[in-house]
Structure formats: C-alpha cells, structure tokens
Design a protein around this ligand. Structure first.
Ligand SMILES: [Mg+2]
Length: 123
C-alpha cells in the first residue's frame, strides 16, 4: 500500500499539529524553548553535513529514498523548524513568501518575464 502522506497533500499546519501532539504526549513542551529549538536546528543541520562530509561535492547522493539517512536528517531539521515557528507564533508559509519576495528584489531574476512572486496565479 502506498503511503498517503505526501508534500503535495500535507499542509505545514498539519505537520505542525503532528509535532505539537507528539511533544504534548511526552510533556516535552517545556523543553521546546526558542534557544533549545534553535540549537537543535543547527545540530540536525550538522548531521546533514556529516552525511556528505567527505564527498567531493559534485557526486549525487546515493540514497535519497524517503527512509534514507538523509531523509531522516531533513525530517529532523524540518521538525525543529516547524516547532520553533509554532512556539514563536510565526506562520512559516507567510515568512517564506515574504523572504522570497525580499530575495527577488535583492537578487533579480535573469528573465523578469518568468519571475512570479509567491502566490501569483497564471493569467
Ligand atoms: Mg538527526
């Protein structure tokens, strides 16, 4: 049976609710301070770096399955990022859209006719 959970059908709010429930069921909310979550993001990001530490940099990641070590570390970083957003009451979708808009001004597209801001629809 195929796993019904997919990035195209699962919202960030749903993922945040999974993590909220997981933390609440273990009474871990008291540990999820902004400082602890920020440190955890960096620690888990370092675990991603560890997986490619001795590579030349241009070779493909050999195992990119959803249950691979790389996928597990991506999930760890995402978990702590979403928990930090929840704790700080930051909407991660709005934050990302605003950041992309800022970056589009800072780094203009090579072809401005192809550039669309987040949320723009086809005309
Ligand atoms: Mg990890």
């Amino acid at each position: 049976m195929e796993n019904p959970i997919h990035a195209s059908t699962t919202t960030l709010a749903e993922m945040q609710a999974w993590l909220d429930q997981f933390a609440a069921q273990r009474d871990w909310e008291k540990f999820h301070t902004p400082k602890n979550l920020a440190m955890s993001i960096a620690i888990e990001a370092a675990e991603i770096m560890e997986l490619v530490q001795w590579q030349e940099g241009s070779e493909p990641i050999e195992d990119s399955a959803n249950d691979s070590p790389m996928a597990e570390e991506i999930a760890d970083v995402l978990s702590y990022l979403l928990r930090l957003a929840t704790v700080l009451k930051i909407d991660p979708a709005q934050a990302l859209a605003l950041k992309i808009k800022k970056n589009a001004i800072k780094y203009p597209a090579l072809d401005p006719h192809r550039a669309k801001p987040p949320g723009a629809t086809e005309q």
